[in-house]
Write a protein that binds this ligand. Sequence first.
Ligand code: PMP
Length: 434
Amino acid sequence: MDFARSRELFGEANDLIAGGVSSQVRRTELPVPLFFERAEGGHMWDVDGNDFIDYIMGRGPNLFGHAPRFVIDAVIAGMQRGVVFSGQHEQEVRVTKLVREAVPLKGLIRYASSGTEIDLLALRVARGHSGRPMIVKFEGHYHGWGDTLQYSVKPPLDRAGPEEAMVPVPSTGGMAPGSDQGLIIAPWNNLAALERIFQRQGDEIAGVIMEPIMGNANCIMPRPGYLQGVKDLCARHGALLIFDEVITGFRVALGGAQELLGVVPDVAVYAKAMAGGFPQAMLIGRADAMQPIADGTVDHGGTYNPNTIAMSALEASLEHIMADTDGFYGDLNTKGGQLMDGLRDASRRAGSNLLVQGPGPFFITSFSDRPEITDYREHALYCDSEKHVRFTTGMLGHGVRISSGTSRWHIASTHTDGDIDTTVSVAYDVLRTL
Ligand code: PMP
């Protein structure tokens, strides 16, 4: 495939936009960050006329594939009434009733536009609720790019401290001094380690934040009983359990991981897949936890929350899914399962060591001789990330777009059996060359 025009535009963009991109992870697309002309359903077309089956899917928002007509029509109709009121509108109440039907955690809600913002609000709610300073954050989990959370996301192990005394490692330069002071870094999927932290510092801990399925490294599922164990520990010590469902929400099930795995947290944040590609995020919390926002002792603002574009997209998305919730997620899981099995089979036939992990509607690939990766440190030690970059680059060259930055594949309801068959056959060809 020829990427000449993308190369030309990227060269031009570098003189105009810092680094040529507006979100750092996009620089990881090789051989060059692509420029797209159009995207629809499971496919994207770049400025060189190449056609790709896309599994990046906007990194999660495009649950119905690109440019879903029913969402776009609802947005066009919705915004005829006006876009940003900085005032209330009836749709906000109507849609929130739908959201309350959809999500197991029944509580009070606040809207925002991105996962990062809403994660920051969740921390503020936890600290405001208890008056305590500390948040437990797990190594390898990502909760957006805010200063007080972007620690120990992919830390080099020689800087991350021993497993029993993990050290917050900043993921970026430019952090505010002391922005790690409210964080305790812990190993995920290890209840005994968390028990020790609570024994030591239980009366200082406001909340525990986690991705309930680890979607930013190897797509690791929680061990049986782990989520309930964390919930019980939090309850015993008066801390809030916060699920970051930014990836899992509306994707692994309508209500997210809390529905799939049967453990309901005290607070949860959602974004990405909730609004068919449009920027919408929300925080749901138990009524008592949200009381500080309700009474104004904890502040939350946002010029664009919740504008009619995002709300119309959310309303259309929920109505679409809820017309046949079981059918929708049954289909998404079947497609994801077919693709995961197909990739495993392609790897076996090609004599490769591609590892495929995840719940189905999204999953992560890596190269490892281990049968399974169960925590971040195993990921760092036993996965060949350089080989994965060669894999994604090879796939892109054959018309299949997956992320070399996160290795996360997202299934869309508009991916076809043909897309999946083609992907598996391309994967076999590429795996043989690695
Ligand atoms: N939480 C998780 C689990 C995420 O994966 C992401 C983004 N990939 C975020 C939060 C941040 O969301 P946003 O990019 O919308 O700020």
